[in-house]
Structure formats: structure tokens, C-alpha cells
Design a protein around this ligand. Sequence first.
Ligand SMILES: Cc1ncc(COP(=O)(O)O)c(C=O)c1O
Length: 382
Amino acid sequence: MTEHITPFNKPYMTGRELWYIAQAYNHGHLSGDGLFTKHCHAWLEQHTGAHKALLTHSCTAALEMAAILADIQAGDEIIMPSYTFVSTANAFVLRGAVPVFVDIRPDTLNIDETLIEAAITPRTRAIVAVHYAGVACEMAAIMAIAQRHQLLVIEDAAQAVMSRYRGQALGTIGDFGAYSFHETKNIICGEGGALLINRPRFGERAEIVREKGTNRGQFFRGQVDKYTWVDIGSSYLPGEVTAAFLWAQMEEAEPITRQRLAIWAQYHQGFAELEHSGKIRRPVVPQDCEHNAHMYYLLLDSLETRSGLIAHLKAQGIGAVFHYVPLHTSPAGQQFGRAHGELTHTLDLADRLLRLPLWIGVEDRIEEIIALVQHYLERQPA
Ligand SMILES: Cc1ncc(COP(=O)(O)O)c(C=O)c1O
């Protein structure tokens, strides 16, 4: 029976993770910022073109660092979608700021850039662009709005490692970008993330905030003669065991992305007919976007159809899931944030979205998954 279970996610291992972890063990340097962290920083900077990249414990930690570096103060307002993970908002709420939730576009499920300007008030400090499913927000419009109103832009690129917008790596277009290497992402190390710093003026402070508010980095480079407490900060750097694991994955980032894209394309082609018959809507990837196949989702006609289909797939051993509970409807979202407007698409799409398994190795069951979905939906009354 167990061989027929297809989990929603299965972490992909390259096979070199333990070899690199053994090297970290043999080096005897297990805290952060050793050889493997340096490899990862160099890869991130070269691959993305970011001014500076710093590994963190998680994308959540990277977003918290961005909020500190952006100097977000109590009462500041931050514009973001409600259709996102809690960390997008929490990082700013921790600084006393108010998330202002704006509706999403029905095509990409990203923040609707045409609604941002109307949500700006004298207290607005930043816009958070969440690149849902690794497909870019409309960054040209968002950057133009930010420039007109002197706002910072933080890209929550948790799902967007290896994705591009008009040729530019996601995470490098705004002032800051935050990546996730959580085991559900494309490139993984269990729990991990990175902050991309795209404006040189934030670089020095970023190192200090990440090192508990100390100038430890400058001390080790011989730039200061003692190492002391100079700013607010926390411990945001991962140890070398984590970085060693991540390095094995970064080395294979391109083949991993290629294989995921092939699986994504298999689903996409397989569901064309159902979309044509009006039973589902498939993901939309605008022309300017090169995505990373982080996710394959379907938009169904109702919450009832989604619940029924999840149960049907589960009965066949296939893990399909949904997310997110829109933040503006959650208890903490209502306490700490506010919605701008009705958020109609957010409420509607959050009820109808279904995610299918997308991991290297699921190829063998894709035809079957497509057939099961087809069969189930074709039995539904029109
Ligand atoms: C949009 C978004 N932001 C932030 C996060 C948080 O990432 P991490 O688990 O690395 O903290 C996630 C994780 O799923 C996410 O999807």
C-alpha cells in the first residue's frame, strides 16, 4: 500500500549534502560564516547580481532583518497582499507597524499593483511584493509607485529562488529580497533563508543586525580593534552544518529547476483540456516572467469542489493541499492590520485554490493524478 502514497511534498537530496556536512565537521568550524556560508554567499551574489547576500535561519528571519534595516517604526504602514504567509506581515508587526492589506490580481494571485497607490497614506513606509508561486509581481509598476512616493520595496521572494522578471533575478529589484530554503521550497536546507541587500547603503548595518547588533564582522576583517555592541540586532545567521547542506543544493540549482519545470509543464499540458471546458483555471505566467516551477495549482469553481477533490485524491493516496487563510480575516491580522477595500479576489481565490504535489520523482504519477482530477471534475454538475 505504502508505495502508492504520493505525499504533497518530498524533499529532493542531491547526494552530496552529507559529504559537505562531513567536511564542515572535519574543518571544526560549526558556527556561522565559515567556508560553506561563504560559498553560498558568493553563489547568491553571482547568480542573482545582488549587491550583498547574507544567509539567515529562514525567510522569516530575512524579512525581520529587512524590517529593522528599513527602520520601520511603531505606527508605520506597510502595504502588502493579504493572500500570503504570516511571516510577510509578522516581520513588520514585530516593529509595531500596521500591515495594510491590498487585493490580489486574479491572474497571477500577486498584489494588484493598480490598487497600491490608493492605499498610500502619510504613514506608509514600504510595499512588500510577494512573488506567489515564484511568478513575479508587476515590478516595473511597483518600483515606479515606490519612487513617486519615496517608499521602500521589500520582495518576499520566499518561493522565487531562480525566478526572473524582465531578466532580473527576483529578490534583487526592490531594496531588499528575502529567500526561503525551507524543505518545501525548490532549493533547501531544512530551515534556512537569505537576505539580499540591493542598495550598498544598507550593507554594513545588515552585517551588524545579523550578528546580534555587534561589529563582529568588522573586527574579524581588522577594520575595528574591538568587537562590541553597536546597534539593535539578533542572531540571524545559520551554522555551517546548514550551509554545507545548502551548498550541495546550490551547486545543482539549475538541474533542479529544469526538472521541476518539466513536471510543471506536464501538469500544465495535461490540464489544458479541463481549462478549455471551463472546469478549472490553470496558473498564468505573464510574458515578462521566467518562473521556477515552485508550485502547480488549480483554481476550481467552488470551495465544495475543492474539498471534494482533496478528499478524492487523499482516498487514492495523493496529497493535495490548499492555503492561505487570508491574513485580513485571521485573528492576528484583524488585531494588527487593516484591509484596504473589499479584497474580493483574495477571498474568492483563497477558497478555490488547490495545490498538487510537485517534487522531483513525482513524474511517474502525474498522468494518474491528472486522470483522477479529470474524472472527478467531469462528474461534477456544470
Ligand atoms: C510567501 C512566503 N513568505 C515567507 C515564508 C517563510 O519562509 P520560512 O519558512 O523560510 O521562514 C514563506 C514560507 O512558506 C512564504 O511562502
